[in-house]
Design a binder for this molecule. Structure first.
Ligand code: ADP
Ligand code: DP6
Ligand code: CO
Length: 349
């Protein structure tokens, strides 16, 4: 009997304009648009295999070797169900196709970097799952159409279906059909852009992105200012900076938006602290580097965790690496080999 199997891999994306807040928690519709860079190298990736078989009794997922529950109507379930329905429609339209939509699917996924530590594992993880199952089902849908599904698994995942510079447009429709990701510029457009990933801690975060942002929506007055007055202008400005390859503007907006996001976390009740002392030292070091250079030559940004991502142009990477290694000597201060395992992830390859 034929086996039906497919494997796909997706990289993480690190937002310059952060998504933080949902206006619809079921459909995962955000309170603001966001924009990210997909880190197109092998350091931070999820790889997911899916297999459909008549003998399987239910859908199951193993993440890094450990089984995770696929709850009915939960996020994973919603993604699988949406793709399965597309496959069913294809099978109904073409009687020559194998009826694999009737089979249950087993997924095995692996992240080659810390999971749930603020390095966007939910983004690469759900994007890889959607990509893998859409391969298995030979779906004809475009990356933007698939992003509508990945979004319902984890908001940030919709952006990982594209390489390069990607916007997630918040959309206006209540059914979410216009809340999708699209490419702003390809990786080839600005290949000098590099990212340095600074793993300050590989520990699982105390507050998941999902619960943290929900608490912010419920309690933070500052969030209202951010989503209405701040982010829309920044989306336009950073898109322009990317189109014009204007690193100074790109860096200023990226750093300010990271700080704005962590400010609304602090404005949440009870407050959420994702940054730690090392994170704040990284901010100080980069600010000092930029001051000494007389213009921004590096930009830090932090997701929901203490780990820093520093964007810089290739020509300035040696300077940034030097400085970081000087201030944060790896062997001396950190015992765990993954911690402070500074990796230069080039965007693009
Ligand atoms: P992160 O900052 O790493 O994105 P989140 O709190 O947003 O952290 O999400 C972490 C959760 O995402 C994990 O607990 C897991 O449920 C899910 N996840 C991570 N990686 C994968 C994967 N490869 N496949 C399926 N789900 C994943
Ligand atoms: C700080 O996409 O992980 O990384 O939609 O609830 O799964 P859910 O949240 P998630 O949130 C990401 C938040 C962020 C910013 C960003 O990636 O835009
Ligand atoms: Co996440």
């Amino acid at each position: 009997m034929a086996t039906y199997q497919a494997t796909a891999s997706a990289p993480v994306n690190i937002a310059c304009i952060k998504y933080w807040g949902k206006r619809n928690t079921k459909l995962i519709l955000p309170t603001n648009s966001s924009l990210s860079v997909t880190l197109d190298q092998d350091h931070l990736r999820s790889t997911t295999s899916s297999r459909a078989d008549a003998s399987f009794e239910k859908d199951r997922l193993w993440l890094n070797g450990k089984e995770e529950e696929i709850e009915r109507d939960g996020r994973l379930w919603v993604c699988i169900d949406a793709l399965r329905k597309w496959r069913q429609e294809m099978e109904q339209a073409d009687s020559g196709l194998d009826k694999i939509s009737a089979y249950h699917v087993h997924f095995a996924s692996h992240n080659n970097f810390p999971t749930a530590a603020g390095l966007a594992s939910s983004a690469s993880g759900l994007a890889a799952l959607v990509a893998s199952l859409s391969h298995l089902y030979s779906l004809p849908q475009t990356p933007s159409q698939l992003s509508l599904v990945a979004r319902q698994g984890s908001g940030s995942a919709c952006r990982s279906l594209f390489g390069g510079y990607v916007a997630w447009r918040m959309g206006e429709k209540e059914d979410g059909s216009d809340s999708l990701a699209e490419e702003v510029a390809s990786r080839e457009h600005w290949p000098e852009m590099h990212a340095l990933i600074c793993v300050v801690s590989d520990a699982k975060k105390g507050t998941s992105s999902t619960s943290g942002m929900q608490r912010t929506v419920q309690t933070s007055p500052l969030l209202q200012h951010r989503i209405k007055e701040v982010v829309p202008g920044r989306m336009d400005d950073i898109s322009k900076a990317i189109r014009e390859k204007d690193f100074e503007s790109f860096a200023k907006i990226t750093m300010r938006d990271s700080n704005s996001f962590h400010a609304v976390c602090l404005d949440t009740e009870p407050p959420i602290f994702y940054l730690n002392d090392v994170s704040r030292s990284v901010i100080a070091v980069v600010e000092e580097l930029n001051r000494a250079a007389g213009k921004p030559i590096a930009a830090y940004t932090f997701d929901a965790g203490p780990n820093a991502v520093i964007y810089t142009l290739e020509e300035n990477m040696p300077k940034v690496l030097n400085l970081i290694n000087r201030f944060f000597p790896q062997e001396a201060s950190f015992a765990n080999p993954f911690k402070m395992d500074w990796q230069s992830a080039q965007v693009p390859e």
